[in-house]
Design a protein around this ligand. Structure first.
Ligand SMILES: [Zn+2]
Length: 356
């Protein structure tokens, strides 16, 4: 619609969303969390008219009491890379361990090229080599992921907006309408040809990635790419429509593991988040602070602390234990199958090694 276009095109012209009651619980993993950045990002709209004070105290306890009061029915989560680092997924920007720092071996003209759609269409190999290394499914969701699942199970989660492409939200049990993968997902793949756009499953793509075949469309021969958002591609439409729909009725916004700053696949400040302007200046500690709560800890610790205040701690611990055991038992099964396969092809593999 025209309205949506406007929201995407022009920040300054878009109407501020009326958000009377909501709280920002900024729970971030890194000390480098930029409060100033968030302040400026959120200042476009809500700062105009202060909303009603809903927390009796700007602390995690205050948030817990608000949730338990029954007045907080629509919770939105916004999550980023920080919620997955404890699962072992490398953060894109950490020096040394960060993804970009480990890209030299691919001889890229510049690191971001690996996620540039035009570069990919000519040189898809580095991306698929990297995908093999980072392939989702080798990692387990964290306490923080399961905390969101608990919000869902208790009927409190309106939606989770994730900047991550690791699919751990889905593994933890968020699905369909629960989730907006702002930077796309490995869950599905499509032929890159605009005329074709044939869809491929996660299993199909996984087989290609691990067989070191460059995935090609079986209808038209073009490249097939996981549906993650590359530089030069648009964010999914659902991202914009859901934000416009969800934020006006949001009672509590929980931000975890992200400073909302530049991210690997698309920058939300460039492509949407800042433009839609869902917030108002965040204020955690001034004299005028009435709404926003910052809890600085790891995401897992923060979620566990909130769960404890809500009386959900044991339930959450059990969920994590149960779900991880389930994933482990599947992994063991897969490994057994893989061992069986490698035994039967072992002799052949040995031969290949000698000739190579
Ligand atoms: Zn095709």
């Amino acid at each position: 619609t025209e309205e949506e276009e406007e929201a995407c095109d022009s920040a300054e012209d878009s109407e501020p969303l009326a958000l009377a009651n909501y709280v920002i619980l900024a729970n971030v993993r890194y000390a480098s969390f930029s409060v100033d950045f968030l302040r400026s990002l959120f200042s476009r709209t809500l700062g105009l008219s202060p909303g009603e004070k809903v927390l009796d105290e700007l602390t995690l306890d205050g948030v817990a009491r608000y949730i338990l009061s029954g007045k907080c029915k629509n919770i939105i989560c916004m999550v980023g890379a920080g919620i997955s680092t404890s699962a072992g997924i490398p953060d894109f920007r950490s020096p040394g361990t960060g993804l970009y720092a480990n890209l030299q071996k691919y001889n890229l003209p510049y690191p971001e090229a690996i996620f540039q759609i035009d570069y990919f269409k000519i040189h898809p190999e580095p991306f698929f080599a990297l995908a093999r290394e980072l392939y989702p499914g080798q990692f387990k969701p964290t306490v923080c992921h399961y905390f969101m699942r608990m919000l869902k199970d208790k009927g409190l989660l309106t939606r989770s907006f994730s900047q991550n492409i690791d699919t751990l939200e889905r593994v933890a049990g968020l699905e369909g309408e629960d989730l907006i993968e702002a930077h796309g997902t490995f869950h599905t793949s499509h032929c890159v040809s605009f005329l074709c756009r044939k869809e491929y499953s996660m299993d199909w793509m996984k087989n290609k990635i691990f067989s070191e075949d460059i995935p090609k469309c079986d209808s038209c021969g073009s490249l097939v790419k996981p549906d993650i958002v590359f530089f030069g591609e648009n964010l999914p439409d659902r991202f914009f429509t859901s934000m416009k729909m969800d934020f006006p009725r949001c009672d509590l916004l929980i931000i975890m593991g992200t400073s909302l700053q530049v991210q690997p696949f698309a920058s939300l400040s460039e492509f949407g988040m800042g433009l839609i302007g869902f917030g108002g200046g965040m204020d955690f500690d001034s004299d005028k602070a009435y709404r926003d709560v910052a809890h600085l800890s790891t995401c897992d610790d923060g979620c566990m602390a909130l769960a404890e205040l809500l009386g959900w701690k044991e339930e959450l611990e059990q969920m994590v234990k149960r779900e991880h055991a389930l994933i482990d038992s599947r992994d063991v099964k897969k490994k057994d199958e893989a061992n069986q396969n490698s035994k039967s092809t072992g002799a052949e593999a040995g031969k290949t090694d000698k000739t190579a």
